[in-house]
Ligand binder design. Structure first.
Ligand SMILES: [Zn+2]
Length: 68
């Protein structure tokens, strides 16, 4: 059975370029833990920014709440 992957999409507030990652449950937990924010570093202008998890990945956000 294929493991479910979540699409996490973020947008840099400075240059507007978007970053998309596809992570499975384990990878999301490892990288972001249970925090409601996603911390990203822009590939273009290398600034760090945070995005709400519910905006970056509504699907994961929903699942998180269901498991609580
Ligand atoms: Zn940027």
């Amino acid at each position: 059975m294929a493991e479910k992957r979540y699409k996490i999409e973020t947008l840099c507030p400075q240059c507007g370029c978007s970053a998309v990652s596809h992570l499975n449950t384990e990878e999301i937990r490892e990288r972001y833990g249970d925090v409601p924010n996603v911390e990203m570093e822009c590939n273009e202008c290398v600034i760090k920014y945070t995005t709400d998890m519910k905006e970056a990945c509504p699907e994961w956000d929903k699942e998180c709440k269901m498991n609580q």
